[in-house]
Design a protein around this ligand. Sequence first.
Ligand code: ADP
Ligand code: MG
Ligand code: ZN
Length: 478
Amino acid sequence: MRFEPVIGLEVHAQLKTQTKIFCGCSTAFGAPPNTHVCPVCLGMPGVLPVLNKGVVEYAMKMALATNCRVEGTSRFARKNYFYPDLPKGYQISQYELPIARHGYVNITLSDGSVKRIGITRIHMEEDAGKLIHDPDRPVSYVDYNRTGVPLIEIVSEPDIGSPEEAGAYLRQLRAILRYLDISDGNMEEGSFRCDANVSVRPEGGEEFGIRTELKNLNSFRFVEKALAYEIDRQIAAIQEDEQVIQETRLWDPEKSITVSMRGKEEAHDYRYFPDPDLVPLVIERDWIKAVEKGLPELPDQRRERFIRDFGLPEYDAGVLTASKEFADYFEDCAARIGNPKTASNWMMSELMGLLNSRGLAVTDSPISAQRLAGLIRLIEDGVITGKIAKTVFDEMADSEKEAKAIVEEKGLVQVSDESELETIIDRILENHPDEVEKYRAGKNKLFGFFVGQVMKETKGKANPQVVNRILKEKLEKS
Ligand code: ADP
Ligand code: MG
Ligand code: ZN
């Protein structure tokens, strides 16, 4: 029997508001421990939370950007549990009345197909503090700077059908958050976290299987690897007539396996109830409309525009718009050159290669969009060949110089002069009579050999179009 996975993701994103969700403390990351705290976020007796309007606005932005319905009335609830990073003994979250429901995002898969993933709900909540465990002594420290930092939780429908789709969905959510500029979306730093629910069922089945929930997934790669492992584990269990049990499992990145953390019977009973310190949140239509009007261009819209206005293939447009900064770079570069596709090619190969090899973000690129455009213009104007351009690019990566200056300094200007090339070609043909004969006898593949010889003679500087034309003429006439 063949099985198929069913996956639903719960994503937490930290919001980039200046201050916390229920007090005026700063949300800035990296401050000395317990310096961004006050009686409210420390859970002192008698204090009262005051909702940060900016958090509601950010949550609404995400809701509208993911096609959710923003609820006119929602409510905060207390989620009760004990843990040292939670000074109040409860987390303020939303439960039965979240701020938004019934949305979706579209993801593009590697075969180019598009799939819709439903979003069940989005709600707001506060983050907990951070425990720091001393590696040398049996002591733990707690930093409350993070308590009360705003989060949104985005819960998907169990519409995700493979680890690859899970990865694409997460990247899409992160891109939207970043386009909206409401979250850093950084998984490694914990500002974007994911719990993955997964079950398997006979292929094409109607009913869902028993699911497990995977935690400790702090990179996209781990999400995909943990899901793949868990799917195999569940299928193997069913095939051996064992029961999959509903439980929470932790991803162990060292061993690349999932291990049981707690079962259903140990599951928390959070005793949710409406928070009596906060009134129900009523959002007026006008506010929703204003936020909707103020939404920036989103990744899907930008991709469509890149296809429409720049004539880019869908694939290119998808890669370029996956990151806002990458798309900005492209637009900046494309505006300065003739053919936008050339900018796309250079960015997807050379530039990405350079950034990856140095572990840099495009915003820290050693070659700015303006300098790359300068290089591309030299190709477009016939000053240098594409081949030479690659060496100029490498040179630019390690200097501040413009492409033009490097080309002039090194004498890399393309040779398009017909008589000069003709002389070189005549000499090459003369020196290779056997090859010429074979070519004329029908061995067309040898054409490349001659082009190679010309390039060797000219150190890659010969204008390929002119070389091709002259070579054809000379070889054809016998
Ligand atoms: P909880 O709050 O206990 O985690 P939810 O009902 O909120 O439970 O579901 C959490 C996530 O689990 C959602 O993303 C949902 O799509 C997913 N999910 C629910 N049932 C299954 C299942 N059988 N297999 C895989 N995912 C599931
Ligand atoms: Mg859950
Ligand atoms: Zn505070």
